[in-house]
Design a protein around this ligand. Structure first.
Ligand code: ZN
Ligand code: FE
Length: 243
């Protein structure tokens, strides 16, 4: 029986989250993305962990900017989307849809989630009931369509909410309140959304994160997940861009 993974989440930059995943059985530690090298390194030192892996979700600087700086302190493998190998600094292993790799005894499944960027991927760890989703899904929101189409994002969100209902979704940014204020304009009658927003406001007032969310929760409150077509998603995304 594998030992449970330890997930350590902490704020980085303006509104990013950093994530360390530690495997006590092997001593391995992965960071999902590298928003802030110094913070990630300090967090490892404080915990007595040695960073062994970087898993990149996509090429944006707030997700890969710390890759090279971290290499000066740690000997790490950098796993990222094969499609974006030229855009991800220091990448050593490219992965694609359906690839699985081992993190000690724990299987990590790669899910391609294009939309925000073309090469975007998510890392799903069934044994932890956790998916690290980068800038694809946010609490009550989704990533901006910088490179992909509404069809891409529609398919990507469908894959993520196709995971078991209790799967924890670790989003890479704390965008919940601004997403929620938009979401209530789309679904003013959605009482689950209204109830959730009251909770989220309280959490933020107390300085607490709203991440992770769950698949079950997003099915109830997220206007992009709840869009019935790619066209509807696209309209909502465009409206949010101008909100
Ligand atoms: Zn991004
Ligand atoms: Fe980002």
């Amino acid at each position: 029986m594998a030992q449970d993974l330890i997930i350590d989440m902490f704020p980085c930059l303006q509104d990013n989250y950093g994530f360390l995943i530690h495997n006590p059985a092997t001593g391995s530690t992965a960071t999902v993305d590298t928003p802030e090298a110094e913070k990630i390194a300090a967090r490892c030192r404080a915990r007595g962990w040695t960073l062994t892996h970087i898993w990149n979700t996509h090429h944006h600087w707030d997700h890969t900017g710390g890759n090279i700086p971290l290499l000066s302190e740690f000997d790490v493998d950098i796993i990222g989307p094969e499609r974006d190998k030229k855009r991800i600094p220091g990448m050593t292993q490219g992965v694609e849809e359906g690839d699985r790799f081992y993190f000690g005894d724990h299987v990590v499944e790669v899910i391609e989630t294009p939309g925000h960027t073309i090469g975007h991927i998510a890392f799903y760890i069934p044994s932890a009931g956790a998916a690290f989703v980068g800038d694809t899904i946010f609490v009550a929101g989704c990533g901006r369509l910088f490179e992909g189409s509404p069809e891409d994002m529609f398919g990507s969100l469908a894959k993520l909410v196709g995971l078991p209902d209790d799967t924890k979704l670790y989003c890479a940014h704390e965008y919940t309140l601004s997403n929620g204020y938009f979401a209530v304009t789309v679904e003013p009658e959605n009482s689950d959304l209204a109830d959730y927003m009251a909770k989220a406001r309280k959490l933020r007032e107390d300085g607490q994160p709203t991440v992770p969310t769950t698949v079950a929760q997003e099915k109830k409150i997220n206007p992009f997940v709840r869009a019935v077509s790619a066209e509807e998603l696209g309209k909502r995304r465009a409206a949010k861009d101008n909100f």
